[in-house]
Design a protein around this ligand. Structure first.
Ligand SMILES: C[S@@+](CC[C@H](N)C(=O)[O-])C[C@H]1O[C@@H](n2cnc3c(N)ncnc32)[C@H](O)[C@@H]1O
Length: 385
């Protein structure tokens, strides 16, 4: 057994604390319980590039502020650093001033899979509390006319997201407290004249009834929060206002998030069982995940990219969802996940499927990739001719 695992005695102690329904869930879903016995996973932080580079902390500043000598830049991930798991970032001035934020490397891969360009309008359909939204904003930068539209159904979590947007100086964002399975506000048109001028207005033709009435503004939805720059967006209708990129970081059982699971060991498993393990909840999760995907897809423009991700390692919430989607949406094509050449990934659960494209999916887990458990699918919407 490697040094990264707790010793066998402690490992069986951890596993013996898990309630039988959770162990049953792991077995049914072919999830290796040993992922919860990894001693230490690195933490990852990212610099907030909305600050001028002269104001951002250098690796040695970070090392000093975080009292950490083992801070390492992550190759191929600009502004990313890995830290030992025990490192506390909350008391550092870099964190307090909004110059760094925490995000796992596996989550960053989902965001890099969107191939973000500065003029992209991006829909984040399950956005709260907002770590991925912060990274989207970093990559989007302030140079283009791109925007982020974040949607979440939980008011508490969306309030946290709003505070993050303020803290991290994310300005071209709108947050909506809405059900992502029904949300239908299209991308902002606030800088349309500029877009026209630089010749990037796409003339798109889509046969979706709900998008057919370009002048109907009667159902304008008030955002939960948005800075001034996007406040007066008229919420135009029409296929040219579909989003360039959509991320569905879906609600799931969170079983891949080790810290999340071990938290229940401390605070009691009853809530976890009630919220995630009862059969009704698991069935309704399947419906929720498909409906989020369906709706996200309907709001994506042709040739756009949708990323579906979860922090579950269960096949039903990942490979099964994508297999169903590809079988039902003939204009959906899986694409290879970028930026992972130097990273180890976890084995996929795709042997029993006929669709060989499913090998383009990616799984991460603590044992193979030294990250949280995470699943990512990158899907392109093929232009219909
Ligand atoms: C995995 S978390 C998202 C994490 C987030 N993307 C981040 O990076 O911080 C899933 C989110 O989905 C939200 N959610 C659940 N059902 C939803 C729905 N019907 N519509 C929109 N959001 C939903 C939950 O409130 C939760 O915040």
């Amino acid at each position: 057994m490697s040094d990264d695992y707790v010793d066998e005695e402690n490992s069986s102690q951890i596993l013996s604390c898990f309630p039988p329904p959770f162990l049953q869930f792991l077995e049914t879903n072919d999830i290796d319980p040993n992922i919860y016995t990894i001693k230490s996973l690195p933490r990852y932080i990212c610099l907030n590039t909305h600050f001028p580079s002269s104001q951002l902390p250098s690796p040695s500043d970070l090392s000093f502020q975080l009292s950490c000598t083992r801070i390492q830049e992550v190759p191929n991930f600009p502004h990313f650093f890995s830290l030992p798991s025990v490192t506390k970032i909350a008391n550092s001035s870099a964190y307090k001033q909004g110059k760094i934020f925490g995000i796992d490397l596996s989550s960053a891969i989902a965001i890099y899979s969107l191939d973000i360009h500065p003029n992209d309008h991006i829909l984040d359909l399950c956005c709260a509390p907002g770590a991925k939204l912060c990274l989207i904003s970093n990559i989007l930068d302030n140079v283009g006319i791109g925007t982020i539209t974040g949607v979440d159904i939980s008011k508490n979590r969306l309030s946290v997201c709003k505070n993050l947007c303020k803290k991290y100086k994310i300005t071209k964002v709108r947050l909506f407290l809405e059900d992502g399975t029904k949300f239908n506000v299209l991308a902002p048109s606030y800088l349309e004249p500029i877009k026209k001028m630089i010749g990037q207005l796409h003339e798109l033709h889509i046969n979706e009834n709900r998008l057919k009435n370009p002048e109907d503004k009667s159902d304008k939805i008030t955002p939960f929060w948005t800075p001034k720059i996007l406040r007066n967006d008229p919420q135009k209708r029409g296929s040219q206002y579909l989003y360039d990129k959509v991320i569905v970081d879906a609600e799931c059982t969170h079983d891949g998030s080790i810290s999340h699971i071990l938290k229940y060991e401390k605070y009691g498993w009853e809530t976890f069982e009630k919220n995630f393990l009862n059969p009704d909840r698991l069935n309704s999760l399947w419906d929720l995940q498909l409906n989020l995907l369906r709706n996200g897809w309907s709001l994506l423009k042709p040739d756009g990219i949708l990323v579906y991700s979860t922090c579950s390692l269960s096949k039903k919430q990942n490979e099964d969802v994508i297999e169903w989607f590809l079988a039902n949406y003939k204009n959906a094509r899986l694409e290879t996940i970028p930026n992972i050449a130097n990273l180890k990934t976890a084995p996929l659960k795709v042997n029993e499927y006929n669709n060989t494209d499913l090998f383009k999916l990616v799984r991460f887990d603590p044992i193979h990739s030294n990250t949280s458990g995470f699943f990512v699918a990158k899907i392109r919407k093929i232009k219909e001719t």
